[in-house]
Design a protein around this ligand. Structure first.
Ligand code: NAP
Ligand code: COA
Length: 272
């Protein structure tokens, strides 16, 4: 099934690696104009080059989602060049495994500021540029938003907040025809998130076996859900929190808590 995104403007904040870059590529392959943003000029340039090679009109800007003015300026430049946004994806995030007692307040704050406050900055700043009616806004969430995991207190708190932004903004923006949804990726192969949470082959194998569909996900799987959510087929879907995880969050994701917890506790004990 091919979707035609010709004429659409898509903005992916945090779109220069991993899952979010895969989402940007999915839209590029369907003919959309795509803009990406992140902190690294090198990653932005590489992604714009990659999207252009796929045949898309592409641009990018450098901004830290914690810097409200930088996000506002970058989004305004995209709107000027590419017109109003049909699709906005907010996916910048930070993660590291750490027990609550082994993390500084600043470590906790760094993740909350990137994931939660960053999402607020991106959505609020983009509002004036969104197509009304018709725009599709997607926040990239995580199973930690509704499944407590050891060594993930910062991420659990932040992503739960992200899903509440999805729900509350869906209520506030629905009347002008803007839909807001969360997409919850499962364990996606070859990503930074998986390198941090399943750093050994043993953990990766355990994770794969804990997915009912018995495979890790691909960035393309997440891209396909974002394409659907941004198509007319999803015109009555808003305020939804939708996993794309092979069934992982039904039960398997909870086992990540035990294995990751054991690993981090061992490390905290000096490998004993
Ligand atoms: P990733 O490759 O590290 O992607 C993170 C992206 O966000 C990069 O483009 C990064 O680029 C950007 N970014 C990070 N901090 C930023 C900041 N402060 N300001 C602006 N941009 C920032 O990670 P990933 O594993 O693919 O994860 C992508 C998303 O999926 C995240 O929201 C994550 O929570 C979610 N997720 C991932 C998995 C998984 O299996 N990997 C599972 C569930 C949910 P720069 O470094 O250049 O800033
Ligand atoms: N364990 C415990 N604390 C950690 C940590 C770890 N593994 N990594 C970072 N921290 C703490 C730091 O010590 C610092 O706290 P301090 O000032 O009290 O020492 C705080 O977190 C901020 O670290 P810093 O490196 O200054 O933050 P940053 O803003 O440059 O980077 C991170 C943010 C820490 C989230 C970084 O890992 C990052 O940029 N991640 C993006 C990529 C990513 O996480 N991808 C996966 C997405 S699922």
């Amino acid at each position: 099934m091919n979707l035609d995104c010709g004429g659409m403007t898509v903005v992916v904040v945090g779109g220069t690696s991993g899952i979010n870059r895969g989402i940007a590529e999915s839209f590029a392959k369907c003919g959309a104009r795509v803009a990406v943003a992140s902190r690294s000029q090198e990653k932005v340039d590489d992604t714009v080059e990659g999207l252009t090679a796929l045949g898309a009109e592409a641009m990018g800007f450098v901004a830290d989602v914690r810097d409200l003015q930088a996000i506002k300026n970058g989004l305004a430049n995209v709107a000027q060049a590419f017109g109003e946004f049909d699709v906005l994806i907010s996916g910048a995030a930070g993660n590291f495994p750490a027990l609550a007692n082994g993390m500084s307040a600043n470590g906790f704050k760094a993740v909350v500021d990137i994931d939660l406050l960053g999402t607020f900055h991106v959505l609020q700043s983009a509002y004036e540029h969104l197509k009304k009616p018709g725009a599709s806004v997607i926040n990239i969430s995580a199973p930690q938003a509704f499944l407590p995991m050891v060594a993930q207190s910062h991420v659990c708190a932040a992503k739960a907040g992200v899903d509440m932004i999805t729900r509350t903004f869906a209520m506030e923006w629905g009347p002008v025809g803007v839909r807001v949804n969360s997409v919850v990726p499962g364990p996606i192969d070859g990503t930074e998130g998986m390198r941090r949470l399943a750093p050994t082959q043993e953990l990766l194998t355990l994770t794969t076996h804990s997915v009912p569909l018995r495979r890790l996900g691909r960035a393309e799987d997440v891209g396909n859900l974002c394409l659907f959510l941004s198509s007319p087929m999803a015109s009555y879907v808003s305020g939804a929190i939708i996993p794309v995880d092979g069934g992982w969050s039904l039960a398997g994701a909870a086992s990540m808590s035990a294995t990751l917890g054991d690993l981090v506790m061992q490390m905290a004990d000096g490998g004993q």
